[in-house]
Design a protein around this ligand. Structure first.
Ligand code: NAD
Length: 249
């Protein structure tokens, strides 16, 4: 099946790497025009690899003016916004809460949660101008269950889940669907050492997920595509684990 996003325009944050890059490439293959947003500079490479269907935007998702500009770019260049994938995120320091600083708190909560607030604030306003759309917010399995030494990260991702559900209720009658994607441990730049390393074999350093392997960015992108396209037209307010069974245990 192809063309599942024909005629649609998407904004994807964190598009320079990992899940965001894999999603930008998949959404474009499925017919979308894609605004590739990142602060790293890598969004240029993602967009160049896609070609005319993509435009890069340098933006810090913590900054309202940057997020507003990313949404405005979709409307200015491609005429509308149908899909908003609020995906940029950071892991933050892995240590107990007694050893976290106020700066750690502000950074993790701003990048992971304030970004989703800003994205939906400006993105849903744009969607309403053309009759609706689909928002996907990247939370985490850590937003559904506790992870040791990840209190700040878990708080940010639990916040994403609840912000998703409340916003889904607010816009259910106006044609805007809002869902969260909850990745398990996925082989991306977020994993120390993974950025330039090949995926380890299933039996070596396997994360504690029932499938005993890392998730792949393309597997998360496939789930995001389902939530983005009209095949999920009756799905809203869901926090979808894509985690090799992790949150079952
Ligand atoms: P990644 O590091 O490969 O990609 C994250 C991207 O976000 C990077 O390109 C980075 O530059 C960008 N980014 C970070 N801060 C930003 C900012 N302030 N403004 C704009 N862009 C910013 O990691 P990934 O795994 O692809 O992460 C995507 C999402 O998936 C994140 O929200 C992450 O929390 C979530 N997630 C990942 C895992 C995992 O195991 N990889 C597990 C659960 C959830």
């Amino acid at each position: 099946m192809s063309g599942r996003l024909d005629g649609k325009v998407a904004v994807i944050t964190g598009a320079g790497s990992g899940i965001g890059r894999a999603s930008a490439e998949l959404f474009a293959r499925e017919g979308a025009k894609v605004v590739c947003v990142d602060v790293s500079g890598e969004q240029e490479e993602t967009a160049a690899g896609i070609g005319a269907a993509a435009v890069p935007v340098h933006a810090d998702v913590r900054v309202a003016a940057d997020v507003r500009d990313a949404v405005a770019t979709a409307e200015r260049r491609f005429g509308r916004l149908d899909v908003l994938f609020n995906n940029a995120g950071i892991g933050g320091p892995k240590r107990p809460i007694t050893e976290q600083s106020e700066e750690d708190y502000a950074r993790v909560l701003d990048v992971n949660l304030k970004s989703v607030f800003l994205g939906m604030k400006f993105g849903i306003a744009a969607m309403l101008r053309t009759g609706g759309g689909s928002v996907i917010n990247t939370a985490s399995a850590a937003g559904l269950v506790g992870w040791r030494k990840n209190a700040l990260y878990g708080a940010s991702k639990g916040g994403v889940v609840q912000m998703t559900k409340a916003t889904a209720l607010d816009f259910a009658e106006q044609g805007v669907r809002v869902n969260a994607l909850c990745p398990g441990m996925t082989w991306t730049g977020l994993v120390p050492g993974a950025a330039d390393a090949p995926l380890p074999p299933a039996d070596a350093s396997a994360p504690p997920q029932p499938m005993r392997r890392w998730g792949l960015p393309t597997e998360l992108a496939a789930a995001a595509l389902f939530l983005a396209c009209d095949e999920s037209s009756f799905v809203t307010g869901v926090a979808l684990p894509v985690d090799g069974g992790y949150v079952c245990g």
